[in-house]
Design a protein around this ligand. Structure first.
Ligand SMILES: *[C@@H]1O[C@H](CO)[C@@H](O)[C@H](O)[C@H]1NC(C)=O
Ligand SMILES: *[C@@H]1O[C@H](CO)[C@@H](O)[C@H](O)[C@H]1NC(C)=O
Ligand SMILES: *[C@@H]1O[C@H](CO)[C@@H](O)[C@H](O)[C@H]1NC(C)=O
Ligand SMILES: *[C@@H]1O[C@H](CO)[C@@H](O)[C@H](O)[C@H]1NC(C)=O
Length: 360
């Protein structure tokens, strides 16, 4: 039972059955989406396990799937640049299952020498989108034909929903077609129960298949809001082309993705609201060169109180896992934008941040 914040709110236990997980692994069998080479007397793929196994990707893909296929797994207790580079040098991995920040790390760090990448045959990137330009920059550094696949999934789907074809080049930015036995539809975000939309039309992605969770543990209401007639609301905005290749364009759900990890803004807001000088707060994710996104807090102090950015960052740091820290900074505001029923309008905070960034 891994945890996920779903489309809103605090983390919830995701009930994945044995059947969900076995189904998802079986859905990854077709030749054109199988990134692992068969284990024989002469060959065994070596896989560094970088994402922790409390993360659905580290658990089902980099551990269960690879063990089933007879790979040799090299576990890293915690990602440390030097240790990762040592593994490249000493274990010569063939396949890297990564999130985009690790591709950026390998591209940008001089300590990762191109020759260290020579045993690498395939890379599968997931947990957040990897840009086409970032992919090209990595390949230019590696000076080698490495197949880079992209996957799309979520904890609630055990996790894989779609994967790019290994042999045929997918359109840039696309995550390929859904894995076998997976249905999808795109619906109007303002009318999710209305008719589904056709090719090239952007809306919320809904998914149905044997890998979809049973529900959120002890949260019947949230389960009901997320799954209708077996269709899972992904909270992601997407479109598909005439061949049903899916492209994810935006996120409707609120979670922030730091190095591929979920950071639910509501969790940070709850912590920050406990600070004696804070009247109100709203948290969003802002873009970060290496981590993908990082959390930034917009804070309204209590009358007469003063809030120092660094002090508030330390206050949060003491209470959360390191990837949840306020690395995106703190901004003081007179008022947090909300709609009439008190819902924080994170979109407005994002627009405000973007305006300030564009100016500087
Ligand atoms: C790299 O892969 C592409 C596409 O599969 C192929 O056309 C090309 O010849 C390969 N280049 C090298 C150097 O192997
Ligand atoms: C969809 O992706 C496949 C590769 O998997 C590619 O051959 C095909 O041209 C793509 N379709 C469109 C409409 O771009
Ligand atoms: C979708 O967009 C592609 C590329 O712009 C175009 O070739 C195709 O005809 C469009 N399909 C539909 C059904 O509109
Ligand atoms: C405020 O937003 C919430 C969540 O999107 C929505 O359910 C509610 O109807 C909105 N209230 C108003 C008055 O717009």
């Amino acid at each position: 039972m891994p945890y996920s914040s779903g489309t809103t709110g605090l983390p919830k236990g995701v009930e994945l059955t044995h059947s969900n997980i076995v189904s998802n692994i079986t859905q990854l069998s077709p030749e054109e989406i199988n990134y692992l080479q068969e284990t024989t007397k002469e060959h065994q793929d070596v896989i560094p396990v970088i994402l922790p196994i409390f993360h659905i990707y580290g658990l089902v893909i980099t551990t269960i799937l690879t063990l089933l296929r007879g790979c040799k797994n090299v576990y890293i207790p915690k990602f440390e640049p030097k240790q990762f580079i040592d593994i490249l040098v000493n274990y010569k991995p063939n396949v890297l299952f990564v999130a985009p920040p690790l591709v950026l790390f390998m591209t940008n760090q001089d300590a990762v020498k191109p020759e260290y990448l020579s045993p690498v045959r395939d890379i599968l990137s997931g947990a957040a989108p990897l840009g086409a330009a970032d992919e090209q920059r990595f390949l230019a550094k590696a000076k080698k034909n490495i197949t880079i696949g992209q996957g799309y999934g979520m904890t609630e789907a055990s996790p894989v929903i779609a994967l790019t074809n290994k042999k045929k080049r997918c359109p840039p930015g696309s995550t390929g077609i859904p894995v076998p036995n997976t249905e999808f539809k795109i619906v109007d975000i303002s009318n999710p129960n209305g008719p589904s939309l056709g090719p090239n039309q952007t809306g919320e992605l809904l998914v149905r298949g044997p890998q979809i969770m049973r529900g959120y543990h002890n949260r019947p209401e949230e389960t009901e809001n997320t799954i209708t007639d077996g269709w899972l609301r992904t909270g992601d905005i997407a479109f598909y082309d005439d061949d049903k290749n899916l492209t994810i364009t935006d996120r409707l759900k609120e979670l922030i993705k730091v190095k591929g990890f979920q950071v639910p803004p509501a969790e940070l807001e709850e912590i920050i609201r406990k600070h004696p000088d804070v009247l109100d707060v709203g948290v969003i994710g802002i873009p970060h060169k290496l981590f993908g996104e990082v959390p930034r807090a917009f804070v309204t102090p209590k009358p007469g109180a003063q809030i120092k950015e660094q002090k508030l960052q330390e206050f949060v740091k003491d209470k959360v896992a390191s990837y949840k820290e306020l690395k995106g900074g703190v901004q003081i505001m007179d008022r947090i934008p909300k709609n009439a029923s008190g819902k924080i309008l994170r979109r407005e905070l994002k627009d405000l941040y973007k305006k300030i960034e564009d100016k500087s």
